[in-house]
Design a protein around this ligand. Structure first.
Ligand code: GLN
Ligand code: ZN
Length: 768
């Protein structure tokens, strides 16, 4: 690696065109080093200076890895101590006033991210349709933007010091505002776009001073329709930035879909480069834009957010067809590799076939470099890599695990009657007769606090300090405690508490054929929280019942009904890496059949109530409105396929983790669950009116208190919630429950809150 600091170009137009890149990288560390350092800082074990050292080291290692792999333009400033949207808010001096009093910049940053005893944090929400969550900037008419480019400039300086050709990456002004939220019913943040442009212009100037040749502005919002008139906005904003004379070359990155009309709009401005997602977008829309012939086109042919090996022959053919459309062509991942694990190294439990089908971030960088060389020097220069790829993909074509004819035949034979239960009111009558519950039945969502004993037992099992039998014994002990606790509190419908579940998706994935769990496949979910999504690679089947023993054990301890507890097909899909060789809807149906078999087994074992959670139903919504109805149709059908195999006298519950139903409200009604529990504690029961408006007439359990906070609600306050609910729904339809699972809460809080909840329900029962 050379140590020369790059010489700044004289004009943006003369910037060197690079050939191989990625739009960004993960930053949590190959072994989650950053997670440990940041959490250590929060706990007071790690100093700010020590945290700095860990961060700088992770950045340097990541750049070196890219450089060694053959990447010739290296993204910087994709590093973050918590989140890139929060970093952008800091860069624009747009943190909310409530954290302004915190003097130390690092503590102010983390306060905005996580809150303190005095201030509430920014809201967090999903980053487009990924499983990454960003912090939502709050922008009001009074937000006084100012440029604070310290972070990006210092990372550039570090890179230049290490001899790295750095391409700083900054969230673009359109995406920043489109994803921000208005404060106190003020105007939409996007109306402030003209106030942001001078800051971005000033930033361009500072980047020239720093010796930067290319800057990347991330504009994934351009593949959506979250605000109106995005193509026009793109034309205006990048038209203006493109006119600036003293600036680096500008690359605008679109990803997570097809930029559609925004692509032409960008191409007609004076910017130098555009990155397009050719995994989720199409070559045709690129070929349709003649103005690209003067630009650097950064072609995202390597999937940045899923785990599969790239078909090099196909990708090279795609690149070949683009040669005529673009001024020059660079090969890239389709988006940042933030969304995939670091490397296949260490995944020793993978069988050889499966391993050959996969590419995590490190392997993707290799693919990018290979394609870039093949594009320039001919495929023959990379013969070996192409051969290895072909033979790996051939095994994927022929592996019997990808085509289980029994499942496929079964799915082909499914008809509407398999996804339809009896008439709702008649079902409810049968269920009431069977269950004999009081009005306003009280219940919980499923999990009880994950105690240290549970975590210790799980760790001991992993390290083989205890065997399966001992682990089961300990989990049964937990279940019996939780059942006794619920009886004591006086709840009507009990749960087993889910102690045996590490995670509501992984638990099922581990037991279903067609899924694989990685050893070290961590990806950042938000801040320091990482998840290890299972990989759905084949046809899904259920070799054995997955939950029946646990639920029947719990039921054996009490005369009250115990709910069977399952995760729904859409949620299992949403929180896994999914196979890319068939439609999502096919995989959803296969999972649905497995869950259906489980419900039937539970019913046979005497379980009268089965809850199938679908907290991710809304998460998989496509980014553009036109694609939404088709998604909702198959998602609803998958849930119904999973739940319509039981008798009408078996009560099906579902749980959804949010109250802003928006576009999914009709779908929620269409699930046709007998009882739906939802989040409502923070939205004052408005959700019930929304459900009424779409004609939903089944049972509903609007969460009567917020489990996301440690606060214990008193009985009067819950009574008030119930009274408000009774304004919207009949007493026969109303259930009483918290708004989500209790996994993250402490036992004392839970006992106090649920006791008050039961008291309130009893009181209100008397008044109806
Ligand atoms: N049954 C699950 C639990 O209680 C539901 C979790 C969720 O809604 N995300 O933990
Ligand atoms: Zn929930």
């Amino acid at each position: 690696m050379s140590t020369a600091v790059p010489t700044p170009p004289t004009t943006p137009q003369s910037a060197r065109h690079f050939t191989a890149t990625t739009l960004g990288t993960a930053r949590i560390g190959p072994h989650r080093e950053l997670k440990r350092a940041v959490e250590g800082y929060w706990a007071g074990r790690v100093s700010a200076a020590e945290l700095d050292v860990v961060a700088a080291d992770l950045r340097r290692r990541s750049w070196e890895e890219l450089s060694t792999a053959g990447i010739d333009s290296i993204p910087v400033n994709t590093f973050s101590l918590y989140d890139q949207m929060l970093d952008t808010a800091v860069m624009l001096d747009a943190l909310p006033p409530r954290v302004a009093g915190i003097d130390d910049p690092l503590d102010r940053y983390f306060a905005a991210a996580r809150g303190t005893a005095e201030v509430t944090p920014l809201e967090m929400t999903k980053w487009f349709d990924t499983n990454y969550h960003y912090l939502v900037p709050e922008i009001g008419p009074d937000t006084a933007f100012a440029l604070r480019p310290d972070k990006v400039l210092s990372e550039i300086a570090q890179a230049h010091g290490a001899g790295i050709t750095a391409r700083p990456v900054v969230v673009g002004p359109i995406t920043f505002l489109a994803l921000a939220k208005a404060v106190s019913d003020g105007p939409a943040p996007i109306t402030r776009i003209d106030d942001l442009l001078p800051l971005y212009i000033e930033l361009l100037d500072r980047l020239v001073d720093a010796g930067v040749e290319w800057v990347q502005f991330d504009e994934p919002a351009l593949v959506t329709d979250i605000v109106d008139g995005l193509p026009d906005l793109a034309a205006a904003v990048y038209g203006r930035l493109g006119e600036v004379t003293r600036r680096p070359a500008i690359l605008v990155a679109t990803y997570f879909g097809d930029a559609g009309d925004a692509l032409g709009a960008l191409a007609r401005t004076g910017i130098e480069g555009i990155a397009v997602d050719l995994v989720e977008g199409t070559v045709e829309s690129v070929a349709a834009v003649p103005e690209l012939s003067s630009k650097l086109l950064v072609a995202g042919v390597v999937d940045g957010r899923n785990v599969w090996r790239t078909d090099l022959d196909r990708a090279l053919a795609t690149l070949g067809t683009l040669l005529g459309s673009a001024g020059s062509l660079a090969v890239s991942t389709s988006c940042s590799t933030l969304h995939v694990p670091y490397s296949l190294a260490g995944e020793d439990a993978l069988d050889a076939n499966l391993r050959g089908w996969l590419a995590f971030a490190a392997e993707k960088f290799g693919e990018v470099a290979t394609l870039s060389r093949a594009l320039r020097n001919g495929r023959d220069s990379e013969l070996e890599a192409f051969e290895v790829c072909r033979s790996a993909l051939e095994t994927r074509q022929s592996d019997p695990r990808l085509r289980d004819m029994a499942v496929r035949d079964r799915l082909a034979a499914i008809t509407d009657s398999d996804v339809t239960r009896g008439v709702a009111v008649e079902r409810i009558a049968e269920q009431n007769a069977r269950l004999g519950l009081p009005a306003l039945p009280t219940t919980t969502i499923g999990s009880y606090p994950q105690t240290t004993a549970i975590r210790k037992a799980r760790a001991a099992l992993r390290s083989r300090a205890i065997d399966r039998a001992e682990y089961h014994r300990r989990m049964r002990a937990e279940i019996s405690e939780v059942v006794a606790l619920q009886e004591k509190i006086g709840l009507d419908v009990l749960v087993h508490g889910e102690p045996e579940r590490n995670d509501m998706v992984q638990y099922f994935a581990e037991q279903l054929d067609g899924f694989f769990a990685t050893a070290n496949g961590w990806v950042q979910s938000y801040g320091t929280r990482c998840v290890r999504p299972p990989i759905l690679f084949g046809d899904v089947t259920r070799p054995n019942p997955m939950t029946v023993d646990w639920i029947t054990y719990a039921q054996s301890l009490t005369d009250k009904p115990v709910k069977g507890m399952l995760t729904g097909p859409v949620t299992i899909l949403a929180w896994s890496f999914v196979r890319n060789d068939q439609p999502l809807s096919t995989s959803a149906s296969q999972i649905a059949l497995a869950i259906r078999d489980e419900t039937v087994d539970l019913e046979r074992a005497g379980v009268g109530i089965i809850q199938v959670d679908e907290p991710a139903l809304r998460e998989l919504l496509p980014l553009r409105s036109v694609d939404k109805p088709a998604y909702l149709e198959w998602a609803v059908r998958a849930f119904r396929l999973a739940t319509a195999g039981v008798d009408d006298s078996t009560q099906v519950h579902t749980h959804l983790c949010y109250s802003e139903f928006g576009e999914v409200i009709g779908a929620i009604a269409a699930l046709d669950a007998d009882v739906t529990s939802i989040e409502a504690a923070r939205s004052h029961m408005e959700v019930l009116d929304d459900l009424n408006a779409v004609g939903f007439a089944n049972g509903v359990g609007p969460g009567v208190y917020d489990i996301h906070s440690p606060r214990v609600p008193d009985a009067e306050e819950i009574e008030k919630s119930l009274a408000a609910a009774l304004d919207a729904v009949d007493a026969q339809r109303l259930w009483v429950n918290p708004d989500c699972g209790l996994k993250t809460r402490g036992t004392d809080e839970v006992v106090a809150s649920l006791t008050n909840m039961v008291t309130a329900a009893r009181k209100v029962r008397e008044s109806i």
